[in-house]
Design a protein around this ligand. Sequence first.
Ligand SMILES: Nc1nc2c(ncn2[C@@H]2O[C@H](COP(=O)(O)OP(=O)(O)OP(=O)(O)O)[C@@H](O)[C@H]2O)c(=O)[nH]1
Ligand SMILES: [Mg+2]
Length: 300
Amino acid sequence: MQNPNQRCGVISIVGHPNVGKSTLLNHLVGYKLSAIANKPQTTRTNIRGIVTEDDFQAIFIDTPGIHQRSGNLLNQSLNKEAIASLEQVDAVVMLVEAGRWTGEDDLVLERLKDTTLPVILAVNKIDKITPREKLFTFLQEVSEKREFAEIFPISASKGNNTKELLEKLVSYLPESEFIYPEDYITDQPVRFICGELIREQLVNYLHQEIPYTTAIDIEKFDETETLVTIHATIWVGKKGQKGIVIGKQGQTLKRIGSSARRSLEDFLMTKVMLKLWVKVEENWQNNPKHLSDLGIISKT
Ligand SMILES: Nc1nc2c(ncn2[C@@H]2O[C@H](COP(=O)(O)OP(=O)(O)OP(=O)(O)O)[C@@H](O)[C@H]2O)c(=O)[nH]1
Ligand SMILES: [Mg+2]
């Protein structure tokens, strides 16, 4: 039976790189859908995570961090993705880091200047801020930046105040039928999420720039009842980077592979056989065809 009071709608999570947008999405959905790393620009495409309860379906969009450098085609498309996420949504969560308002937060505010949508400010990483008074001062300061519909101090990684945030967000959703079936947790194909989980380990194990010049292509995804076999190619932008990804006697790639396999097994809830290859495509971040093949920009 259709519940007459049910709500359903879309909420975009925006903010500058590394504030914890993907952590919040994963926490709310209860699955690791989106790559998390302590490095900026981890997320590359808008990923939807869906939370369904008896009386609501909240569809969250995790966006790439809005940032100042535009640079190559990949960087430009990250900003474009984040801004496109503001179309056809019902509410926006702007995420900032407690105690740290930066020029990039001003940039995010600037992008939200003309929106008529309710903008809820979530002040994340409150577990990192001491003493308590510092948080109160910060909350006071941010409340003057613009008219926010609500301000919520949270910790996305520890789950502090996130349930209350979710409840409040649901109240901004329109009464409507559910858009997705009740057991859906994302709009992305399973193989895309698997690629993201592999990329997360690349970002974790490799230093500095290299992760940003890599992309993952799932070449094979075979499922039996007891095992999923995944073959994936890691694309790097320069010859020299291939050796770095592979490491001395293949050690780095091996570590990346076994961590990725563990998180794939958690996500897929089955045993996984993972094989990784590293291939070079010079300057792929500026090649529109390659970006669209990898699902980073949409095909036109
Ligand atoms: N201490 C603390 N760390 C957090 C919290 N939330 C996220 N983090 C950490 O912040 C880092 C960045 O988190 P992400 O979720 O990848 O950030 P993001 O905003 O999605 O970043 P981009 O995709 O690069 O824009 C990771 O190391 C997280 O573990 C929190 O509540 N407290
Ligand atoms: Mg992210």
